[in-house]
Ligand binder design. Sequence first.
Ligand code: ADE
Length: 250
Amino acid sequence: MTTTAIVSALLDEQKGLLDQLQHAHKEQRAGRTFWRGQWGDQDVVLVLSRIGKVAAASTATTLIEAFGVGRVVFTGVAGGLGEGVRVGDVVVAEDFVQHDMDSSPLFARYEIPLYGRSRLPCDPSLTALLQQAANAGLAVAGDHFHRERLIAEPRVHRGLVASGDRFVSSAEEAATLRQGLHGAGHIPLAVEMEGAAVAQVCLDYGVPFAAMRTISDRADDQAHVDFSAFVQQVASPYALAIVRELMKLL
Ligand code: ADE
């Protein structure tokens, strides 16, 4: 049976998932803790990606090489960059771009050298299931937070996500990022720090990958203020609700 890796960006998020794991046992490798177990009839490995592209790439490589996972699902939070992408919405990634990749003039801005591409695709079938799960999960968890007036009525978006080794925390920085990417034809919905790295590793190995991000901030001057409380109150229950739905669909 295909083993599914669920990679979380944040400890709070992972805690909720870990509670659902049956026959959980942990394994230490590459300085990380991997949790093997069963989720219903699915074989699952849970792990924290840690922060940034290198950490995430190392985590993904270990999952594939040492744990033999056959699909990778990422859950985390992101800053909203796209128009109408609000705090409390969910973005399901169609593909990724590394916003800090720049080998110009040797290669085009954003192009990954020797890959001949700047966009890293997610697996369409797994992504379709994740989107279905996000819609179902949000119908439960999102409605609750909306009624509590923590967020506006949440929506699920699907599209491009930008990754880079920087927490984007000013409106000016977000505008510069957006402008550069738009100029090269990349219109990102959200920005985070790991997805493109995991997508690249999964592409290298031919392992299906899908990713969802709950929007925790608008990558502006308020980004750091919104972050911690949001992760605990909203993003973690979202991740749990969505992964629970996804597990029913696999
Ligand atoms: N993850 C959540 N918010 C983010 C931001 N503003 N920049 C980068 N990664 C993030």
